[in-house]
Write a protein that binds this ligand. Sequence first.
Ligand code: AMP
Ligand code: MG
Length: 422
Amino acid sequence: MAQLTDDCFAQGGPLMRVEEARRLLTERITAVTDSERVPLTEALGRILAEDVVSPVNIPPAPNSAVDGYAVYHADLDPEQETRLPVAGRITAGQQDLPAARRGTAVRIFTGARMPAGEDGGPETVMMQEDCTLEGETVVIRPGIKRGANAREAGEDVSEGATVLHAGQRLRPQDVGQAAAVGRQDLLVSTRLKVALFSTGDELREPGDALGPGAIYDSNRYTIHALLTGLGCAVDDLGILPDRLDTVRDALDGAGGRHDLIVTSGGVSVGEEDHVKSAVEALGQLHLWRLAVKPGRPIALGQVGRVPFVGLPGNPVAVVVTFLTVVRPLILRLMGGQDAPPHTFRVRAGFDHKKKKDRREWVRARLVGDPSGALTAEKFPRDGAGILSSLVAADGLVELPEDLTRLEAGAMVEFLPFSEVAQ
Ligand code: AMP
Ligand code: MG
């Protein structure tokens, strides 16, 4: 298994732009996972670890795209109806085909092979809805193009073509494509084994009683879901108290058995924030201060040789830093392509002032007007602790570093959660 270099998370400047963070991850983080073969039914969401080359043409032979009649275009009268005797019938999957003759039509069904025959065989299919049948004679309207409704061999995929590429995450249609070229299994990256902790004396497990000053641990569940969505195998290791020795021992114990350790909380600079000191004692730690809002410093480092991510405690900062840093990091660790997610242009439904030189994400919901155009409506409360604002949102409006003032009606980039939170 590959190992990261000791200084892979080292960085200098006080405030790092998102692009810079992405560049560092791309340059320094390599895959640490192995690969394994999985059946197609278990391949969804996994990262492909091989190029898939088609050994066949799809379709393998010329065939009909509709139910109808295979004809020679040259037999058709361009000005008026043509009457042709029906000679032969071909269904999908039929092995032995009748030979076609000029001046006749062959009854044919969707997916059935085009017959060979005189003059190279018919090349055009008349849809049955556009014909009438009089006994054994088919009456064909004028106006059909040569080759209409017939599929060529290899028009979808040609033999030898690479249909799927190493590093891509498999979507339902990709799994289907693998089956279409005859694969029954695929080589994928092994799941990244992630140890997950939350930290804080105030945290309680959902289902337990809440004492004074306590809150339920929500981050661990949000992060668990985000990690699972990326295809990680998550080991939920519960809540750690705000005690240096306990945190240190727990992280030390998790190191040997996992590919990555993720925590939330306890990485600010208060004296109750012990995660930072614990990781420093076990390896090394760098605080990445990203030029983003909402956001808090994110701690990146290594516990022994195992990469470590310390997410902030605030629930909204957790999600935003996960999407900007942790998601690309995990995709790299699993050998995935880390192309930035697609954003979409929508109209801003709000005015907004922002600080220059930092990227800001505004939680927003999309509202359609009768013309079908989409407007992003901002959630009224935008504190970094307000998880319900994320629940109400469809995604994030991404405001670039150099923007300082946004006016309602301007076009903005919108990042739907569906692009990243899976
Ligand atoms: P911290 O970074 O530990 O100082 O936490 C910052 C804020 O996030 C505090 O208000 C914490 O109570 C809150 N917080 C920390 N961890 C969690 C968690 N797992 N679930 C919900 N809120 C949390
Ligand atoms: Mg805390």
